[in-house]
Design a protein around this ligand. Structure first.
Ligand code: GLA
Length: 729
């Protein structure tokens, strides 16, 4: 890693092991230009790439055509309403109602390490494992400073970027838009890869052709959302898993976002990523600062797979702080699909007893243990144990579960309030709402106004006091509706546009407090399944419930899209019963286990109702978990074949870092009559090493497995699957 500044050319060059990013100060005025991002290059001076020597030339030479310059110049921070008609990356409104701005270079610093972003999750590195470039840019008319932060890491090809805006003037201004990333580059016939979805269908990979104009993904729902994901990649037309250029962009934030690419008249692209400007307006009084979350950029010239592995390693080494990251997580059994709201301590203990005998290590009590919550119509906010269900109280139950040799975990939804709750009857103003307007219900609940400190403290203390009341070692923190009716009784009228962002900051503050006060707690985030599966939440919890859809076949697509960016160690994945509760599909028990083994692993079923044969399968699966989990948690992930593409089968490998061992999962989604065995090319092994494939008499070189392939005998039937274990001979 290195960051250099060349005084003569005014160029900054950021190098990672395999990539370079070059930007620079242009013309007397100090425009901040973007020259290059891609494979590592040797030359420092690539300013010609900014085309500043071509017509219309820079304004100091040709101010007559200033707009032609501004509207085509590749920049790192695009002004608003002063001549660049492409997407602006920062918009401020001053006291006169004007919103023009142009930020120009003032100063810079290159330092070792990587500063934290106050109040926000971000990647981190020790004092010597990263380098950071900070560039101060100023709009001298407004007196506002924007500092652009770029960091490179010793052990990663990722580059991060974030922005701080400071009101250095003596007047209040309003920040109406701030994109954390603004990157201009020539179009090389790229496609756009995005992740779209819905409840129970999160993060499906989809390619789009980039046409002229703007194309984007976004959320204005107050969370990163089921529907679209704070990620975008530009991929060369023929890029595959293992070849071709790919630029990935991932936003470390859990609220509203915009990720957009704009192709303009000169066939160049402007990529922006940041907090969605809809319903956003932040008041900045003199001296105040605003920190915009960070974007993680990854360039790979070896296809999607290399981008994926770069994100996985960066997030494992530089984002997820939990001590559980490097520990096997307890195999859990969650009672949601087993009982829904209909349970009591006896039922839970029956499940726990049976679970223990099958090798399961933790019981998680899901929704329905508090207030009068016998369905999803009431009681959110009333976090007192329902002793009609848990006779003798929570501690008694937890002690009994512990005495069986199981850990105990619990579900909360601390951000919510039911209209039918004692909390709402006492504090109706604690719900987010617009005065005079009936707030919109979703799952019959409202969202707590966590921007208010007393509300945050109440919600946090409810969680903390339950955790202190018994030996609870795991929390599933859920969030089951999205935000609307944006009004807070405590925010001043010109600050109502701060609500969405302040809400996200409040969630971060509460979760930061939780893991600080309960350092041994295993925290799993969740949001109606996987609506808040993003790098922001991974800063607080090492795992996130991937989806409410536990069907093994639906999970192939959901986990494929999730693992495109996030390590397998973060994906909450459980085995459930059939017909599946979401799609009604019947799949073999073994396939449900094999697919869940790619994640944190657990069960979501009434184990007391399983047949003896199924319980034997559970025993086998829990053994497999212990056999393979370290490999899955710490290894390198390779997509080998995608059901999304071939409509027939799916396969992925996890390979140990030292390339001595691999586990391949193969799922035949649809059987085909009269077909050959499948020839699977196994990427990622050491080509020179020889390997032994379990239940196969011969040995293979890595080069043979990659180039000639391994023949997989098709399992019998639809939805059947096999695990293939490979070890260095
Ligand atoms: C959400 C979660 C589920 C379950 C229910 C409980 O949908 O994703 O796993 O906890 O809430 O209401």
């Amino acid at each position: 890693m290195n960051i250099k500044f060349n005084e003569k050319t005014g160029l900054f060059k950021l190098d990672t092991a395999n990539t370079s990013y070059v930007l620079g100060i242009v013309d007397k005025e100090g425009f901040l230009g973007h020259a290059y991002y891609g494979p590592k290059i040797e030359d420092d001076d690539v300013s010609y790439l900014m085309r500043i020597y071509e017509n219309p030339k820079v304004p100091s030479v040709n101010d007559r055509d200033r707009s032609s310059f501004l509207d085509s110049f590749p920049t790192e921070i695009s002004g608003n309403s002063v001549g660049d008609y492409r997407e602006s990356s920062i918009v401020l409104t001053d006291k006169n109602g004007h919103s023009g701005n142009q930020f120009l270079y003032k100063n810079h610093r290159i330092t070792l390490g990587k500063p934290e972003i106050p109040g926000l999750p971000a990647t981190f590195a020790g004092d010597t494992n990263a380098m950071t470039l900070e560039i101060d840019a100023v709009d001298s008319v407004l007196g506002i400073e924007a500092t652009l932060f770029y960091s490179v890491f010793m052990d990663s090809d990722a580059i991060t970027r974030s922005v701080r805006v400071k009101n250095a003037s003596s007047e209040t201004v309003y920040l109406d838009k701030i994109m954390s990333l603004c990157l201009d580059m020539d179009d090389d016939n790229y496609n756009m890869l995005v992740l779209h979805g819905s409840w129970a269908r999160e993060r499906q990979m989809q390619y789009r052709q980039i046409g002229y104009g703007k194309q984007s993904v976004s959320s204005t729902r107050g969370e990163s959302s089921h529907q679209e994901h704070p990620f975008m990649a530009l991929t060369e037309k023929n890029a595959t898993e293992n070849s071709g250029k790919v630029y990935g962009f991932n936003f470390v934030y859990s609220g509203n976002f915009l990720a957009q690419v704009e192709k303009n008249q000169f066939d160049s692209l402007r990529i922006v990523m940041g907090i969605h400007p809809d319903n956003f307006r932040f008041r900045l009084s003199p001296g105040e600062e605003f920190y915009a979350p960070e974007v993680v950029m990854v360039f790979s010239d070896k296809g999607l797979g290399q981008m994926t592995r770069c994100y996985h390693d960066l997030y494992r080494n530089h984002l997820i702080r939990s001590a559980y990251l490097n520990r096997p997580r307890p195999i859990l059994i969650n009672n949601w699909e087993a009982t829904y709201f209909d349970f009591d301590n006896e039922k839970l203990l029956d499940i726990a007893k049976e679970a223990k005998s099958c090798g399961i290590e933790m019981l998680v009590m899901d929704d329905g243990w508090f207030g009068k919550r016998n369905n999803d119509n009431s009681s959110l906010g009333d976090w007192q144990v329902n002793e009609a269900k848990l006779k003798g109280g929570l501690k008694k139950l937890v002690d009994e579960v512990n005495a069986l040799g199981l850990k105990f975990g619990i579900w909360f939804e601390p951000e919510m309030i039911s209209p039918d709750s004692d909390l709402y009857r006492a504090h109706p103003d604690w719900a987010i709402a617009i005065p005079q307007r009936q707030p919109c219900r979703s799952r019959n609940q409202y969202v707590l106004d966590l921007t208010r400190k007393e509300v945050r403290d109440y919600a946090y203390n409810c969680v903390a006091s339950i955790l202190r009341s018994a030996n609870i070692e795991y929390v599933k923190w859920d969030m089951n509706r999205q935000l609307c009716d944006l009004g807070s009784t405590q925010l001043e009228k010109d600050c109502q546009g701060e609500l969405m962002h302040r809400y996200v900051l409040a969630v971060y503050e509460m979760q930061g407090r939780l893991i600080h006060d309960f350092p041994d707690l295993l925290l799993e985030n969740c949001s109606g399944g996987g609506a808040r599966f993003d790098p922001g939440m991974l800063y607080y919890s090492p795992q996130i419930w991937c989806s409410d859809d536990t069907d093994a076949i639906e999970r192939l697509g959901i986990q494929e899209g999730t693992a495109l960016i996030y390590p397998l160690s973060t994906m909450g994945a459980h085995v459930s019963v059939c017909p599946n509760h979401t799609v009604g599909r019947v799949t073999p028990f073994s396939t449900r286990g094999n697919v869940a083994l790619a994640g944190t692993f657990g069960y979501e079923l009434d184990i007391t109702k399983l047949s003896d044969a199924e319980k034997d399968e559970v025993r086998l699966q829990t053994e497999l978990y212990h056999k393979y989990n370290e490999l899955v948690r710490c290894g390198d992930y390779y997509r080998l074949a995608s059901y999304r593409e071939n409509g027939n089968f799916d396969s992925y490998a996890v390979i140990k870092k030292d390339k001595s061992e691999a586990l391949i999962t193969f799922v035949q989604v649809l059987n085909r009559p009269n077909c050959h065995s499948i020839n699977l090319k196994i990427y990622g092994l050491d080509e020179k090493k020889t390997y032994k494939v379990e239940n196969d008499d011969r040995t293979y070189h890595g080069s043979t497995l990659k180039n000639a392939g391994l023949l997989i005998q098709r399992p019998w039937g639809d939805f059947d699957s096999v695990l293939i274990h490979i070890k260095e001979a």
